[in-house]
Design a protein around this ligand. Sequence first.
Ligand code: 5GP
Length: 189
Amino acid sequence: MKKYIPRLIIFTGPSGVGKGTILADFFKKTDKNIVYSISNTTRNPRDGEINGIHYFFVSKDEFEKMIENDLFLEYAQYSGNYYGTNKKFVDEKLKEGKSVLLEIELQGALKVMKKCPDALSIFIKPPTFQELEKRLRQRGSEDEQTIQKRLEASKEELNNANKFKYIIENDTVERAVDELIEIYNKETT
Ligand code: 5GP
């Protein structure tokens, strides 16, 4: 049997592209060697989001204390809120021999690429910008101002897609998940 190589995996793509849907299916289908890093955020939970599963929801003060205490591998401000990756969790899991997947936006992704050059970077892109806008609106979880902020950020993200080792187009979820599994299997053995 081939030896498993644990990897730090950066998973990035514009808001509304379908990262969450792809990952839900990926984690169902793949082996148990990989864990999802649960981020801290100052944004409010959406309907159905659970503290400690989707995010650790914290106040701005709490988040800023965590920055002072150097608890983040990376953090960024996105669309008016803080988001950050818990350094200790990532270190512990990698030491246990597990891969860790970071679902993070562009600024954070670039920081991790710099700090951890061995990290595997994957970018999810929409078939077109129009399709992205449609998906973001269909989700119905954001108000118009937030949608506009996210679309603005998306342009910047799409312009940087070529900095990632792999780009997966989310044309259909099933195909995108298959491609992700193929990349994951290839890069961890
Ligand atoms: P959302 O509010 O839609 O859950 O997330 C907004 C953006 O923040 C998404 O692109 C998501 O991947 C990203 N994000 C989530 N957690 C983190 C994190 O810990 N660090 C960074 N830099 N981005 C994150």
